[in-house]
Design a protein around this ligand. Sequence first.
Ligand code: ASP
Length: 308
Amino acid sequence: MVEPKWTLLVHGGAGSMVRGKLSPEQDAGARAGLGHALNAGSEVLANSGSAMDAVSAAVIKLEDDAHFNAGHGAVFTFDGIIELDASIMEGAMRRAGAVTGVRHTRNPVLLARAVMEHSPHVMLSREGADAFSREQGIEQVHPGYFATPERWRQLEELKANKLDYFDIDMKYGTVGAVAVDGDGNVAAATSTGGLTGKRWGRIGDSPIIGAGNYADNRAAAVSATGAGEYFIRIGVAHEICARIRMLDENAEAAANHVIAELGELGGTGGVIVAAPDGSAIFSFNTPGMYRGRATHGGDQYIAIYGDE
Ligand code: ASP
């Protein structure tokens, strides 16, 4: 059997990672986590699976990994609880699903997918989303499952130093995956705990279709990470796809343009973009971004720092 042509990109958040700042354990652990996510998604794509199945499989691995701010290891709200957001989209029919503020679903990306596949809606929130999750028979966990001592320490540090919510050290770790499968279909998935110390039911860009996540076969699949409010104001993920579709820009030019615009408004962060023509783009204006790429034929790349 000839292996289909496919592309998979993953991210584990953008932030101020520079050499020497992460401990060797954090560095190696994050790289291993990105590798597991790439392997899970690659296996799907190499066996002629769909981009949708591949991004789901990759994001589940990242949600289960405490190195990243999604699922197990997500950040705490100001009130000391964990509220998870996720979204997913496929590029053929532009079907999408998203959840925000969920507290009991082990893998929020699976719940976002269930919203897309088994409800007439695109976005569900909080207790309602958790109730839908139970009805769908999706794995439930005690909220304590998501908590880690390191994230609790970060919340205490934020409160003690009255740090800005957008301090980039306080939020990196959102995860995402984008893929193009052998049929040329694209898909994108994004999952996060949001910002450390978020209050008042704050929702970022990750579960907002068009802001933190978008997929359109005519353009690309995009997953974002960064200061969510800026990504919402620009509609980053959709804007990148719109530029590709309407201005005929390639994925790299479109992504770089929109990330530059984000920077001009004061926003920090980045995107991963996979397009049906095989483009596989990372674009970010932070010192580092946890990121990885795999393509048909076995090529795999994993990086953290900007100069890798
Ligand atoms: N974009 C996420 C949010 O604002 C956070 C992040 O990507 O680090 O909720």
